[in-house]
Structure formats: structure tokens, C-alpha cells
Design a protein around this ligand. Structure first.
Ligand SMILES: Cc1ncc(COP(=O)(O)O)c(C=O)c1O
Length: 433
């Protein structure tokens, strides 16, 4: 992971969104789910960034790396009362996901030592013609976003707001939405903001005039050299995604215009929760070429075998990503070979299908670019493979910030009950590290 790129990304988000939002503060709250490495989070905390968290583990990561609670959003779809008490006591803001959570947070606030600051997660209806990139087939943005579970049903919003406004020890501060990485089309993003503000306007009417002090637009901004959804060939030639500056301009313009149209002030706190676009292009995954296998018949095919796996770069399957791959010390050499770059697992394990590379040799190091978001976070131990280390790089300095797993780590949670260990052949228990 590149420390400098991480810092550049968060600074660019802050500067560009603030440029488009002159009347109120902008808080960038990188989504820690994209990469919950603690050293990386310390860098973002040093930069003054807030944090979008989901569940107890991410809340712990944010608090233990010094994120000020005032800029933590505690998200998630199945919070317990205990967890809510912990979050309220810590001073984190709670983003409510259902009417059930409205009641839970009121109960938690009674038990907590301070007021609960809460926001409503809403579900705007994107009822215009636009397609979601989430699926390889044609699925509309409206259908895709409505199938996504988070948020309070629109018909229940006003009741939830009134209940919270009447409750003791609870302060309703804002609204939040997150749609995800459905599109890179900025006109569609503008229309999404328009529908978001419509929800806010209707909520104001139905709640007797309540207005949010903070509006959180979530994440979903693509990585600039966008790998998303390109592995099926359909979008191989897709252009680069918009820059952070272009996203910021489109989104802040649309928000300001729509808020003014409904007569609401823009002197409020704007929050963004970028995940992939903060961590993605700060990361490179390295692997060694272990073998080059070729057959001519019945089908002419070449595989470049490596010591990594799609288990460690899982978005090739989860999000149909097409990774940019190069030979680390010959990145600029012209491509002369077309071959599948494959991993070590027993699956198909195609990490980059039909990759264009220079002549590859056993022992070459391959670099998979833009892999800093979601890959380590989603990596699995399939085939009992230990997961790789993370190295933080700045200038000519490199430090291990997450050690590689050992085989013992992979089995560390396993227990063979005494009654099974005691029967049959003896169990050898130690592994060499
Ligand atoms: C609530 C919330 N905010 C932000 C994000 C970050 O999204 P992305 O990585 O697409 O920017 C997510 C991702 O799922 C999310 O659930």
C-alpha cells in the first residue's frame, strides 16, 4: 500500500468536495470496510478524516486508531441494543437502518451516559432510465438499488423521525444514503442526488418541518482506472472513471441546486464515505510466476501460473473486475503474449483472463494494480492457503503493517475434541512455520 497515494486521495476528496460546498463543512469518512488495516487507518486519522463503520469490529478499529467519534458513522443492518449502548457511550453517530433500530436506540439512549446522535438512512427511488453496472445483464439502477436491503422504507420515514424527535436523550441530526458503485455516469449521479433531496423535502413536510443538519451521500465512486465489471469482456474498452474532482463537482452542484429549489439551506455538513476510491489505487498486489504452461491441441492455450490466488483478489469473481497486470520491473515493455494469469488454488482461479503481457519468465514478479480496496478485506483461506502480508511503502521506506499468515494461523480456531484425538491414529499437531 502506498502511504503517499492514500494521503493524496483523502486530501483530494476533502479539497474538491469543499470547493463545491462553500457554505458548510465537508467531512470525508473513508469506508473502513474497504481495507481495515490499522496502520492505513492511522494515516487517514492523521489526515483528519472521519470513518464509516459497520458492526463492532469496524467500530473498534476506528476508535482504537483515534478517529474522533464525532466523525464516525456507525452503520450496519442488524445492530443490537448492547452494541448501540457501546456506540452511544463512545460518542459515535448512529445511522439507523430500520424502524426496529429506532426503538433500540431509544432504549439504548436511556441506558447510555450521553445523548445518542442519530441519522436516518433513506432509500431514494431512482425512478429514471439508467442501468446498474452491478450485473452483467441489463438490470436497471432502480431495480438494483431497491433490491439492496439497507435503509428505512420511505413510507416509515416520517413516523421514525417523529418518534426520534419526541424521544428523550436522542438527537436527530441528519440523513444518509448509500447506493453503491452502480454507475460512473455523472448525469445519473446528479439525478440520484435530486431524488435524495426529494426524500428530504417530503420528510420535512411529513415531520412538521424537521431539517437535517448533516447530509451523508455514502460512497460508490469508482477507482479512476476502474476495474469494475470488465472481466466479462463487455466493458474491456470502457473509458476511465471520472476523477474525484468531476464526481465532487457533479454531486455538489446537484445537491445545492435541489436544496435551494425546495427552500432549504446549504449551510449544512456534507459527508462522503468513499471506500474503493480512497484505498483502491493505493494498493498493488504482487505475485511470482511459478510456471508457464502451454498446450497446442485440442485448444491452443497458455496459462501463466502464479503463487497467488483469486481468493486473495476476490473481486475478479464478486465484482467481475478486470485487473491491470504488468511485470513489475518491465512494466513498459510491449505486450507480445496473450495468456490467462492463473492462481494456485484448485478452482479455475483465473485472475486475469487473456492478459496482454511481454514475454513472461518463471520468477518474474507480476503486479496487479489498483487492488488496495476490498481484496484483503474479502480474502479467504480457500485450499487452506495462508493470506499474504501487507507492506506500507513511502519513498524508499517499506514496513510490514500486516504480517503474512502462517499455516498454523489458518487452523488456529480449530479444536479437535479430546474424544476424537484420543482414538485412531495419533494426531500430529505441530506445523513448521
Ligand atoms: C454505508 C456504506 N458507505 C460507503 C461504502 C463504500 O462504498 P465504495 O467502496 O463503493 O465507495 C459502503 C460499501 O459498501 C457502504 O456500505
Amino acid at each position: 500500500m502506498s502511504e503517499d497515494q492514500l494521503r493524496r486521495n483523502v486530501r483530494t476528496f476533502q479539497a474538491e468536495f469543499q470547493r463545491g460546498w462553500p457554505d458548510g463543512p465537508v467531512v470525508v469518512m473513508p469506508s473502513i470496510k474497504a481495507n481495515y488495516g490499522l496502520a492505513l487507518r492511522r494515516i487517514l486519522t492523521e489526515e483528519g478524516a472521519g470513518c464509516d463503520t459497520f458492526g463492532p469490529g469496524e467500530l473498534h478499529a476506528a476508535l482504537s486508531t483515534g478517529v474522533p467519534p464525532d466523525v464516525i458513522s456507525f452503520n450496519g443492518s442488524s445492530k443490537t441494543e448492547e452494541l448501540l449502548v457501546r456506540a452511544v457511550n463512545a460518542g459515535a453517530r448512529i445511522t439507523l437502518d430500520s424502524t426496529r433500530e429506532v426503538e433500540l436506540v431509544i432504549a439504548a439512549a436511556e441506558r447510555a451516559s450521553r445523548a445518542a446522535r442519530v441519522r436516518l438512512r433513506v432509500r431514494p427511488d431512482f425512478d429514471f432510465a439508467a442501468r446498474s453496472d452491478f450485473y452483467s445483464g441489463p438490470v436497471s439502477l432502480r431495480t438494483a438499488s431497491q433490491m439492496y436491503k439497507p435503509g428505512i422504507a420511505t413510507e416509515s420515514l416520517a413516523g421514525a423521525a417523529r418518534r426520534l424527535l419526541d424521544a428523550k436523550g436522542v438527537e436527530l441530526t441528519g440523513v444518509m444514503m448509500h447506493a453503491g458503485r452502480h454507475t460512473t455516469n455523472l448525469r445519473v449521479w446528479s439525478r440520484m442526488m435530486q431524488r435524495y433531496v426529494e426524500v428530504i423535502g417530503r420528510l420535512r413536510e411529513a415531520s412538521g418541518g424537521w431539517e437535517p443538519r448533516e447530509i451523508d451521500i455514502g460512497g460508490g465512486f469508482a477507482v479512476p482506472r476502474d476495474p469494475f465489471g470488465r472481466s466479462d469482456g463487455r466493458r474491456l474498452a470502457a473509458p476511465n472513471a471520472p476523477s474525484i474532482a468531476q464526481y465532487a463537482r457533479a454531486i455538489t452542484r446537484a445537491l445545492r441546486k435541489e436544496l435551494k429549489r425546495i427552500g432549504m439551506s446549504t449551510a449544512l455538513r456534507l459527508e462522503v464515505e468513499p471506500g474503493r476510491s480512497i484505498y483502491g489505487n493505493a494498493g498493488i498486489h504482487l505475485a511470482s510466476v511459478t510456471n508457464i504452461k502451454h498446450q497446442t491441441a485440442p485448444v491452443d492455450y497458455t496459462w501463466i501460473e502464479t503463487d497467488t490466488s483469486d481468493s486473495f483478489l476476490p473481486d475478479v469473481n464478486l465484482e467481475r473486475n478486470r485487473w491491470t497486470v504488468c511485470i513489475a520491473d518491465r512494466a513498459a515493455d510491449p505486450a507480445t503474449v496473450v495468456a490467462d494469469v492463473v492462481g494456485i488454488s484448485c478452482n479455475f482461479d483465473v485472475i486475469v483472463p487473456a492478459a496482454n503481457l511481454p514475454e513472461v519468465r518463471v520468477g518474474d514478479i507480476l503486479a496487479f494494480i489498483d487492488t488496495g480496496a476490498y481484496q484483503d478485506a474479502n480474502a479467504t483461506n480457500f485450499n487452506a492457503l495462508p493470506r499474504p502480508a501487507t507492506v506500507l511503502v513511502t519513498g524508499d521506506q517499506s514496513e510490514i503493517v500486516k504480517r503474512a499468515e502462517t499455516i498454523e494461523d489458518v487452523f488456529t480456531r480449530d479444536v479437535i475434541p479430546e474424544r476424537l484425538a484420543a482414538t485412531g491414529p495419533k494426531v500430529p499437531v505441530s506445523f513448521s512455520k
